[in-house]
Design a protein around this ligand. Structure first.
Ligand code: NAD
Length: 484
């Protein structure tokens, strides 16, 4: 049986206390994961603190950037291993992870190495009464040890989205991957050693949240800042933990994202984009569309077309090139998603398609499979329209007017993302400007440029990362004033 160890101070550390990692595809145990206790988290934080003062802390920006390029190349060299590990943990189709998860995992190191090399700081000449003046310039310094708490939906991509900029800025990290997806973070430890990242710079501790590695990392006084991606309720707990010692947090949390489809859209493009935004990664994408508003003249046609496409999705093993829908991450998560499927029925929704567990061949019956599901017939006040389900499902409602749909899209506690589909450019800008979300796509979805700000409004997050915005979180900006 494969064993997944913690990665502390450049070494793989067993703890003797293990938990099982099961495959979402067939329910079989695929690995035993060594859970870190307080002692291992202490060791990881200590190693990370020591590394700040070691060779890592003395590298120039250019030297650090070179090492991060080497990390990216190291991931690409072992691309197939990362791909296999990610798909084993998540059950997601290889066709998806090959194009998104693993390449983005590598790109996150390259992009932020470039950002730190190229982004200037500010400079001001200040007049003084003696006429000689003063010069002000700002320098960026690492914030220290960063605790990185990760979710399971895009494990390598979202973890490196934090680790890339954190290391580019000269920090060291203690990463706590999700208990559901321990493998790629651990494999990255091997790459770090291979390319010569000094020991203690990148550490990984495995375990759960409360009274386990997650809590130990976020409450550790040796951790200077915490960056988190996950559920809003967990983010609230982490924010409280970070209050001790007044430590900064960056929180990327849940969403209940609207898609707005106007009658004048490019129908096929809107259909294709919406199919991805609802069903990609089995609906387990924070940016996914669980609320769709379709302008009334095309409502019936759109519902019918989406139903047809959803019913053509092929569930199957990750390695099957035909597969475009994997399972949910776990049985526990499936219980949650199914509870919403039941609730929708009980509330009187029209189940356009899906609504339950699919029939799978016997060898896959132990997996956490679920049917792609579309509902109509419920209003904005139903829990189906208001609560994040995080599954391959969406509620479609008609709308009649632009102001009405903006108000309905905004009437929610979340504010992460929105997709707007229309050929009317003025309307696109007008609506986009009024939507309460950190990310708005017009005629696309999940089209990402890593230099742009990323994050959520309202209960979807605090802070922005991406490009120069990541530097705001991962560095202390210091002003130096020189009197001439
Ligand atoms: P989760 O909140 O359950 O877990 C995330 C991480 O937090 C895990 O590593 C978990 O072990 C850890 N954790 C749990 N309790 C903790 C505690 N008390 N202290 C410290 N750590 C703790 O989230 P998840 O189920 O893994 O991921 C799905 C969620 O993530 C969804 O809500 C989704 O919207 C959100 N998400 C948001 C973004 C974004 O960019 N905004 C991206 C991806 C996922």
């Amino acid at each position: 049986m494969k064993e997944i160890r913690n990665f502390i101070d450049g070494a793989f550390v067993a703890t003797g206390k293990t938990f099982e990692k099961r495959s979402p595809v067939d329910g079989q145990v695929i690995a035993l994961v060594h859970e870190a206790g307080q002692a291992e988290v202490d060791a990881a934080v200590q190693a990370a603190r020591a590394a700040l003062k070691g060779p890592w802390g003395k590298l120039t920006v250019a030297e650090r950037a070179e090492l991060l390029y080497a990390v990216a190349d190291g991931i690409n060299r072992r691309f197939d291993e990362f791909l296999a590990a990610e798909c084993a943990d998540t059950g997601k189709p290889m066709s998806l992870a090959r194009h998104i998860d693993i390449p983005r995992g590598a790109a996150n190191f390259k992009v932020f190495a470039d950002v730190v090399k190229n982004v200037p700081t500010e400079f001001f000449e200040t007049p003084t009464p003696d006429g000689k003046g003063a010069l002000n310039y700002a320098v960026r310094r690492p914030i220290g040890v960063v605790g990185v708490i990760c979710p399971w939906n895009l494990p390598l991509l979202l973890m490196t989205w934090k680790v890339g900029p954190a290391l580019a800025c000269g920090n060291t990290v203690v990463v706590k991957p999700s208990e559901e997806t321990p493998q790629t973070a651990t494999l990255l430890g091997e790459v770090m050693n291979e390319v010569g990242v000094p020991k203690g710079v990148y550490n990984v501790v495995h375990g759960f949240g409360p009274q386990s590695a997650g809590e130990y990392v976020t409450t550790h006084p040796g951790v200077n800042a915490i960056t988190f991606t996950g559920e809003t309720r967990t983010g609230e707990v982490i924010m409280k933990a970070a209050a001790h010692g007044a430590r900064p947090v960056s929180l990327e949390m849940g969403g209940k994202n609207p898609g707005i489809i106007f009658a004048d859209c490019d129908f096929e493009a809107a259909l294709e984009g919406t199919m991805r935004s609802v069903f990609a990664n089995c609906g387990q994408v924070c940016l996914g569309t669980e609320r769709l508003y379709v302008e009334r003249p095309i409502f019936e046609r759109f519902v019918e077309a989406l139903k047809k496409s959803a019913e053509n999705l092929k569930l199957g093993r990750p390695e099957d090139p035909e597969t475009n829908l994997g399972p949910l991450i776990s049985h526990e998560h499936r219980r949650k998603v199914l509870s919403y499927y039941e609730k929708a029925k009980a509330l009187g929704a029209t189940v356009v398609t899906g609504g339950g567990i699919p029939d799978m061949p016997p060898e896959l019956a132990g997996g956490s499979w679920i049917q792609p599901t579309i509902w109509t017939g419920l209003g904005d006040d139903s829990p189906i329209a208001r609560e994040e389900i995080f599954g391959p499902c969406t509620l479609i409602q008609p709308f009649d007017d632009e102001d009405e749909v903006i108000a309905r899209a905004n009437d929610i506690d979340y504010g992460l993302a929105c997709s707007i589909w229309t050929k009317d450019l003025s309307r696109a800008h007008r609506v986009a400007g009024q939507i309460e979300a950190g990310l708005v796509w017009v005629n696309s979805w999940f089209l990402r440029d890593l230099r742009t700000p990323f994050g959520g409004m309202k209960q979807s997050g605090i802070g922005r990362e991406g490009g120069v915005h990541s530097l705001e979180f991962y560095t202390e900006l210091k002003n130096i004033c020189v009197k001439l």
